[in-house]
Design a protein around this ligand. Structure first.
Ligand SMILES: [Zn+2]
Length: 366
């Protein structure tokens, strides 16, 4: 008799789409609780995640493919793209200090106009920033537009890889995207990478696309973009906005409107929520995804600012909990486009990404 040794099927490495274009986007400072602090959203975040994933041997690094501006303007107004691409050069032409980031200091709120018909914006784009920002978290420097465009291409290339047959692709997007709305930047976000991918799936024929947002913060931009859409489900788990950024959205009562009624699902979490509490809420979120019955890969807005030691979060997840989350999401049995959002405990980002994505891929390295 000849013994037949059954070899385990070699698993394909998971595509890791990344680019060094983000390195030139370093906003230097942000304003938190009345203090000017170094930007939590730093280039080191992406480097730490990339190095940790590649260190497992389970990922194949690939560069993003240029998708042009059309997928961006399918989600954002052209004026926002124009602002991000030209604010820096306008500021330099006006003699601004090239060593300091552009930050808005005057905001065009509804309350500014009142009943006045204000129709004019300043000619120079950097003077208009406050008409498109809802906070001071989106500094613009010389490399911001290039980095933001690359993040979109990373997300779309990850989507391409999944549509071509990969069960999972990970887009190491930096800057992140889920706070960016149709004509709005904020919260470190310029273009909404996940929303752009979801829209591109619709444009490629999907009838029902689900976005699962597990970043610590509510993705107000994603919710806004699909608020009245019945074809894109937005499910978000996040710190309770009663006391947590972005403060004005993410309450459980927000459920969409019109054709999108019931197609937004918010699951706010109490401060200190641990892995068990989080997994219980995630199960609820996954039930909503199952009930929606998507016919496209799941899009995940992936943040690790739910980690117990995150400097701007208030939940209590441990590294092992990210493995549990990945396994729970893998239980959907669907292909996944995972796109990086937040996470600011730089020293733990690599291990948390390895745990989450490894479990999602069913890899033994998780
Ligand atoms: Zn976040």
């Amino acid at each position: 008799m000849v013994a037949i040794l059954v070899q385990p099927m070699p698993t394909e490495p998971t595509p890791l789409i990344a680019s060094d274009d983000h390195l030139a986007h370093d906003g230097l400072i942000e304003v938190v609780a009345g203090r000017e602090v170094p930007c939590y959203e730093s280039p080191q975040r992406a480097t730490a995640i990339r190095d940790a994933l590649l260190g497992t041997g389970d990922y194949a690094l690939d560069a993003p493919r240029d998708h042009g501006p059309d997928p961006i303007t399918a989600v954002h107004e052209l004026e926002l793209l124009d602002l991000i691409e030209h604010a820096w050069t306008d500021a330099m032409a006006a003699g601004r200090d090239p060593d300091r980031p552009l930050l808005p200091d005057t905001f065009l709120l509804h309350g500014y106009a009142g009943s006045m018909a204000l129709t004019q914006l300043p000619a120079r784009r950097h003077d208009r920033l406050g008409a498109y920002c809802f906070d001071t978290g989106t500094p613009i420097v010389a490399g911001t537009a290039t980095a933001a465009r690359a993040a979109v291409d990373i997300a779309l290339t990850a989507a391409d890889r999944v549509l071509a047959g990969a069960p999972l692709a990970y887009g190491l997007c930096r800057p992140p995207g889920h706070h960016a709305g149709r004509t709005l930047i904020g919260g470190y976000c310029y273009f909404n990478n996940a929303a752009i991918v979801a829209q591109s799936l619709v444009d490629r024929g999907a009838q029902r696309v689900a976005i699962l947002d597990v970043d610590f913060h509510h993705g107000n931009g994603t919710q806004q973009l699909f608020w009245e859409r019945g074809d894109v489900l937005y499910v978000s788990l996040h710190g309770d906005p009663a006391g947590i950024y972005p403060y004005y959205s993410g309450f459980a009562t927000e459920r969409g409107a019109g054709p999108g009624e019931g197609v937004t699902r918010n699951l706010p979490l109490a401060p200190g929520t641990d892995g068990d509490g989080y997994l219980a809420a995630l199960a609820e979120g996954l039930d909503a995804v199952r009930a929606f019955d998507p016919d496209a890969p799941l899009v995940i807005s992936l943040g690790f600012d739910t980690y117990h030691a995150d400097p701007i979060g208030n939940l209590a997840l441990q590294t092992d909990d990210y493995g549990r989350m990945g396994s729970a999401i893998a239980g959907l049995g669907t292909s996944v486009i995972a796109l990086q959002e937040g996470g600011y405990a730089v020293e733990a980002l690599g291990a948390n990404a390895v745990a989450f994505l490894g479990a999602l891929a069913g890899s033994s390295s998780s």
